[in-house]
Ligand binder design. Structure first.
Ligand code: 4NP
Length: 156
């Protein structure tokens, strides 16, 4: 496999994209996917430097995932030169990434919605759990999505 890098992006980088990152990190370790590099970021700087949300961590740790080393950061224009795939957790963040990409004409990154038909899921937003709860549901969707993303990338 050629090396591939992906960046998961949500609004705050404390709930949804850190959960996707934790699941992907577990798959990378367990399956020794050393061709795959991952990170996560937020379109906002609301929680810059913060650890993943306690509720996301509790849901994830209960299923054996680790959030070690994670901390919120805002997406940068440099990310568009660094990552092969930038994956938005919902349409609102997808729109913001598309807007940012226009400011980076050299970008090599492909911009995607996390749940989409290309990877074999119905196109939909990852629900924002911050005010609504549903952290277990986010985790389950991240597990399904990350596994489908890995299968999709392995088939390239
Ligand atoms: P995330 O969730 O985008 O999944 O990290 C949110 C975190 C913070 C806020 C909204 C969503 N907020 O408004 O501060």
């Amino acid at each position: 496999m050629q090396n591939i890098s992906i960046l998961f992006v949500c609004l705050g980088n404390i709930c949804r994209s850190p959960t996707a990152e934790a699941v992907a990190q577990e798959r990378i370790s367990k399956r020794r996917l050393n061709w795959l590099t991952i990170d996560s970021a937020g379109t906002s700087a609301y929680h810059e430097g913060a650890l993943p949300d306690q509720r996301s961590q509790e849901a994830g740790i209960a299923r054996g995932y680790s959030f070690a080393g994670q901390g919120s950061r805002q997406v940068t224009l440099d990310d568009f030169d660094v990552f092969d795939h930038i994956i938005a957790m919902d349409h609102s963040n997808l729109r913001e990434l598309s807007r940012l990409k226009l400011q980076k004409p050299t970008s090599k990154a492909a911009i995607w919605l996390f749940m989409n038909e290309t990877i074999g899921m119905a196109e939909r937003d990852m629900p924002d759990p911050y005010y609504m709860n549903g952290f277990d549901n986010v985790l389950t969707l991240c597990e399904e999505g990350v596994d489908k993303w890995i299968a999709f990338l392995e088939a390239q």
